[in-house]
Design a protein around this ligand. Structure first.
Ligand code: URA
Length: 268
């Protein structure tokens, strides 16, 4: 067997192993398979990409573009000041929008150009935004510029300082949310996925179908994606980038620190 065939065989075995581990986590989701998966994700970029592609909820490429990498570098740099942090966030949010639209269903119809007839495209259902304050509001601004007609639901979740349990502190729902709406949740950082699980449960209670929910995120941790994938296998997630892991303080690593504090300039 020549070197190339051995390499191909190794790659195929890696894919089968990765697929087996992944299916194991979705079907049985035992703690040990999850741990092995996470170790694979953290330790080997190739495995990480294979596994990532297998995650059914993620509806975009796991490989960030060079432009996204450059913009993220600015967000990650601890010397970046508020003004520049906001500008970079707005640019990344702009790139996220086309990924969100790719994850939505569209309808086609015929239009007349000044020259001929051709195919036209439009989203097949109205969009609703859900922003989890405060960080969710940061990318919401850019999303609203692109979809100015969409209603916005705002939700505030806060942790009880004594028990550390998250609780809803405020919510104002759009009356236009129906089971037909395509709901986009703006959440720049998917860390543990805990708050998002609460919000998705709430949306489902309001009649929103899981398959009509898309989370738009700048930076995600594999741990949070796995939690979401296990609990809500029909949702969609699009993101600029997946990072390596969550540290003990539940910060994304390498990450960028506290997104809300850096965006709103409250980190001094
Ligand atoms: N939220 C943040 O702002 N940063 C993290 O690293 C994780 C959650």
């Amino acid at each position: 067997m020549d070197i190339l065939s051995i390499r191909n065989l190794k790659n195929s075995l890696q894919i089968i192993l990765a697929g087996t581990l992944f299916l194991g986590s979705v079907i049985q989701a035992t703690e040990s398979t999850k741990e092995i998966m996470l170790e694979n994700i953290k330790s080997n970029r190739n495995d990480r990409e294979i596994l990532a592609r297998l995650l059914p909820i993620v509806k975009c490429s796991f490989a960030p573009t060079q432009y996204e990498q450059i913009l993220m570098t600015g967000l990650r740099d601890k010397e970046t000041q508020t003004k520049q942090f906001r500008e970079l966030t707005n640019k990344l949010a702009g790139l996220l929008i086309s990924k969100v639209v790719e994850a939505l269903s569209i309808e086609t119809f015929e239009i007349d150009t000044p020259l001929t007839k051709c195919k036209g495209y439009a989203l097949d259902a109205p969009i609703e935004f859900v922003s989890v304050m405060r960080a969710g509001d940061s990318i919401l601004e850019t999303f609203m510029e692109h979809f100015p007609e969409a209603s916005v639901t705002k939700i505030l979740v806060q942790r009880d300082e004594e028990t550390a349990e998250p609780h809803f502190k405020y919510m104002k729902f759009s009356p236009a949310i129906t089971e037909k709406s395509r709901v986009i949740i703006t959440e720049p950082m998917i860390a543990t996925g805990g708050t998002l699980c609460m919000v998705i449960d709430l949306l489902k209670q309001k009649g929103v179908k899981e398959e009509n929910i898309t989370i738009a995120s700048v930076c995600t941790a594999p741990e949070g994606l796995l939690v979401l994938c296990k609990k809500f296998p029909k949702i969609s997630v699009v993101m600029n980038m997946m990072d390596d892991y969550l540290n003990e303080q539940k910060y994304i690593v390498p990450g960028l620190g506290d997104f809300g504090d850096r965006y709103y300039g409250t980190n001094q």
